[in-house]
Design a protein around this ligand. Structure first.
Ligand code: IPE
Ligand code: IPE
Ligand code: MG
Length: 236
């Protein structure tokens, strides 16, 4: 499907919230005989393309899994490279992202991040907080189980029983809409602790394309697949 065709699809049929597990950076680099961080670097460039394309389509929320609570298990050299790339990404791309009218939010526990990473994230949040376009959630040091547990603890502290909507207000996504469409690149068929609560009724899309190769065309292909799904939510 071409951009213009997708642009003409009634917004009601498009996913309002797209979440992406951006996987395969390391394998992409390895296949090119390059170090893993090169894959992360190139992967960051795709983020800008996918944000622009999603925002142009009128997607309301885009959530990108950038670093999981489990990714700290990787060698320090790789974790440090990812942090550097994150800072560089914000330095280089924040103006462009802000010009797309996106509102940047960070999902996850920010405490363990080094000061320079925190400062970059805060700069991005502050610069875009008054924008009115797509919400761009960057899931960083994010774990779905951890998110649910901290929400349960907040509810306990409040001392009142909660319903589903109350509970959602305690999640990192606060009161954002649930995930409609969950994409994972690189051929792995698992959720890896991503948005466990919010994806209760998400349509799933797995592609073997590695994240640094996931361009606008791949996004449109995925959305075309989504448009062919019959979402029943338990009904008939
Ligand atoms: C995804 O790519 C990015 C992060 C987890 C930070 P990977 O680094 O997991 O790439 P593969 O899966 O090893 O190819
Ligand atoms: C999931 O990818 C996390 C991110 C994309 C940030 P991983 O590469 O860490 O997941 P596993 O280890 O294959 O489950
Ligand atoms: Mg991986």
């Amino acid at each position: 499907m071409k951009t213009e065709e997708l642009m003409n699809v009634d917004k009601e049929f498009l996913p309002k919230h797209i979440a992406i597990i951006m996987d395969g950076n390391g394998r992409w680099a390895k296949a090119k005989g390059m170090p893993r961080h090169y894959g992360h670097y190139e992967g960051a460039n795709r983020v800008v393309d996918i944000v622009r394309a999603s925002s142009n389509l009128g997607i309301e929320v885009l959530t990108l899994y950038a670093f999981s609570t489990e990714n700290w298990k990787r060698p320090a050299i790789e974790v440090n490279a990812i942090m550097k790339i994150l800072i560089k990404f914000i330095d280089d791309k924040l103006d462009e992202l802000a010009a797309n009218n996106v509102i940047i939010k960070v999902l996850g526990n920010r405490e363990p991040f080094p000061k320079d990473v925190m400062a970059s994230l805060e700069k991005a949040i502050k610069k875009t907080e008054n924008n009115t376009g797509m919400i761009l959630n960057i899931a960083l040091n994010y774990g779905g189980q951890q998110e649910i547990i901290q929400a349960v603890n907040k509810a306990i502290q409040n001392g009142k029983e909660v319903d589903i909507d109350d509970f959602k207000s305690y999640l990192y996504t606060e009161n954002q809409i649930d995930v409609d469409f969950l994409i994972r690149t690189s051929g792995e068929l698992r959720l890896s602790n991503f948005l466990l609560f919010q994806s209760a009724y998400a349509e799933l899309y797995f592609t073997s394309v590695l994240w640094p190769d996931f361009n606008e065309e791949e996004l449109y292909k995925a959305i075309e697949d989504y448009l062919s799904r019959n979402r029943r939510f338990g009904g008939l």
